[in-house]
Write a protein that binds this ligand. Sequence first.
Ligand code: YH5
Length: 278
Amino acid sequence: MKMQCGQRVLDLSEPRIMGIVNVTPDSFSDGGHHHQTDAAIAHGLKLVEEGAAILDIGGESTRPGAADVRLEEELARTIPVIRGLRAQLSDDILISIDTSKAEVMRQAVAAGADIINDVRALREPGAVEAAAQTDALICLMHMQGQPRSMQDDPHYQDLFGEIGSFLSERVAACEAQGIARNRLILDPGFGFGKTLEHNYRLLADLAPLQALGLPLLIGLSRKRMIGDLLGRAVEERVVGSVTASLLAAQQGAQILRVHDVAAMRDALMVWQAVRGHR
Ligand code: YH5
């Protein structure tokens, strides 16, 4: 229920909101790194005000079809934001780095990150070793294929079985490098090499993933599984996203990765009030 990471603790006795802070040109585009850094820090602080317990800082776009980002560029985007946020945040707010690169993991943790959130589940060269040398928590996510091509006709013989065995194999790879199980968080990877049908089958039943015995992180916010279902553009997906995340929370998902923190918090509070009367 409580996860220890260095001097900080993540209490998962209630669902926690992870607020998304993108530091990519498509999010804060006008004029240079300085402006981008300041805008990202300000956005992160706003999300904490709104109820985020964790901020997820990402400098690489992993949207379907996105191009790779070079190491130097990813470091320049993320590290100053982590340093700036850590200087201003209290110890009960955690910082997560959304990266697959070993060097970004190392520098992010040195700058104050508490969680390594890797959509490639530490499969890039040196990533498991880099993560093992920190005391950060680690989120291992399932993805079929690579971001560039993962949405070209994804197929599964056994959706739950394949995701479960992938995640179990990655847990074993972590343990083999000396990473304790109690540092690990799992994520089925909504939208990462999955059709609309796959995504909704997963959301309908998180129990097989809970059975792996580790906390679950769920990222549904503004994704195509919401947009395609509703026929809505990215900025019109708040209600659909919050509803989907709440359904995950109700099934026991501990961390909800969202863009719209204030709306998510309202939904969680209504659910918690109802739950308190049962
Ligand atoms: C995730 O699920 N997702 S980045 C496309 C969109 C909207 C949102 C408009 N990092 C996850 O959020 N980390 C990302 O269409 C993640 N779990 C974890 N652990 C993709 C994203 C997005 C993509």
